[in-house]
Design a protein around this ligand. Structure first.
Ligand SMILES: *Cc1c(COP(=O)(O)O)cnc(C)c1O
Length: 389
């Protein structure tokens, strides 16, 4: 049997995969089993933030592997402490809980908000509000927070106590608050899976102000947009807000699983011993790699991300076959005249790997993708959108 037949036989059928088997790569180039070269414009859905097999990250990971790979959270190890310190210094947050995925980071945020509000306002204050068109994960709780019904079908009942409101009109939140006690608000400043839409600044700042005035924990999901992806260390830093919790994952581990829930002033002491935990959380090998990456997301790199973003926007915005370009930094959505899924297949045939989000082509290249590769990929995407190939 070939890889596709074996996969079909043994792997749960939850993924529609492209018919190529990737066997190796370096930086923003990957090769399939037949030796065909691709420019990787998806970086494992925004995970391999410094590309494939990055030397510095590999060294940090293997050095730690030679020391100790896991001890559980019963003992102290330094990498998670050091990583938490750097994340707090970069964000102004106060404490960090480490898990293994974006969904887990959001589960932690929900528990934080629920406990904070239960203690402050009573146990009937439990409703978590998220936004329409959002994506927060696949567990039953994070599905409940996800404002897209197509993910919910046949999995009900989801965790109760979740409501969604408009992602552009703050009045929906104000109206909900008249009849429901709100324990927390969870938003993505740039909705990734929902079509790479950066939320309006006035809207975000209005609901943040409302949350602040009413002592409602305000939580930002930076699982996809975080760690430099948006051209800021976290995407909320481009808004006039100071979240009470920030969740992040994808790009943080550079390809190894990690999730983190960063807690601000208000929430930093809410969870005590026994309130939450994770066997693998804060794994020293993953954290050692993450320390290396996070230290490299400095002002210079962020400026480069923003410059590359300007380049992509300017090349694609008025290109033939392109209706509009959305997003921020190296988190880009392209609305095309032709069906995006067909164009993504064509790009793959031409040696460029792209993602989709709703009806758009989505690009999440490595933050350090070299300009010549970015230019090569954008040219091919342009040709494919214009149907010149
Ligand atoms: C991917 C994603 C998640 C879920 O992350 P997992 O690691 O797959 O659990 C949550 N929120 C956002 C915004 C995401 O993009």
């Amino acid at each position: 049997m070939n890889f596709q037949e074996l996969d079909k036989k043994y792997i749960a059928g939850t993924y529609n995969r492209f018919p190529i088997e990737i066997v190796r790569g370096k930086g923003s180039i990957v090769y399939d089993i037949e030796g065909k070269r691709y420019i990787d414009m998806g970086s494992g859905i925004g995970v391999t933030a410094f590309g494939i097999a990055d030397d510095e990250w590999k060294k940090a990971v293997t050095d730690q592997l030679d020391k100790v790979q896991h001890m559980s959270n019963l003992y102290y190890t330094m990498p998670d402490i050091e990583l938490a310190k750097i994340l707090c210094e970069k964000s102004g947050m106060k404490k960090v809980f480490f898990g293994n995925s974006g969904a887990e980071a959001n589960e932690c945020a929900v528990k934080l908000a629920r406990k904070y509000s239960a203690e402050k306002k009573g146990e009937d204050c439990y409703t978590i509000v998220s936004l329409k068109n959002s994506f927060h994960g696949r567990t039953l709780t994070t599905l409940a927070a996800t404002g897209q019904d197509n993910f919910h079908k046949l999995f009900k009942p989801l965790t109760p106590g979740f409501e969604t409101v408009s992602s552009s009109d703050a009045n929906e939140l104000y109206q909900l608050a008249e009849k429901t006690k709100i324990a927390g608000i969870l938003i993505e400043c740039i909705q990734g899976e929902g079509g790479v839409n950066a939320l309006d600044k006035d809207f975000v700042e209005a609901i943040y102000k409302f949350a602040n005035e009413n002592d409602i924990p305000f939580m930002v999901d930076e699982v996809q947009s975080g760690n430099g992806r948006s051209g800021f260390f976290y995407s909320y830093m481009n808004y006039e807000i100071k979240p009470d919790a920030v969740t992040t994952a994808k790009g943080l581990g550079g390809g190894l699983p990690i999730g983190a829930c960063l807690m601000g002033e208000k929430l930093q002491n809410v969870l005590g011993p026994g309130d939450h935990g994770s066997t693998f959380g804060g794994n020293p090998v993953v954290c050692a790699g993450a320390i290396n990456l996070v230290n490299r997301i400095d002002d210079k790199l962020l400026a480069e991300v923003r410059e590359k973003s300007v380049y992509i926007f300017s090349e694609l915005q008025n290109a033939k076959g392109v209706e509009s370009v959305s997003g921020a930094g190296l988190m880009i959505g392209i609305k095309t005249e032709k069906k995006a899924s067909d164009l993504i297949k064509k790009c793959m045939e031409k040696g460029v790997l792209c993602l989709s989000a709703k009806d758009k082509i989505r690009l999440l290249p490595a933050l350090n993708i070299p300009m010549p590769l970015l230019t090569e990929a954008v040219d091919i995407i342009k040709q494919v959108c214009a149907e010149e190939v």
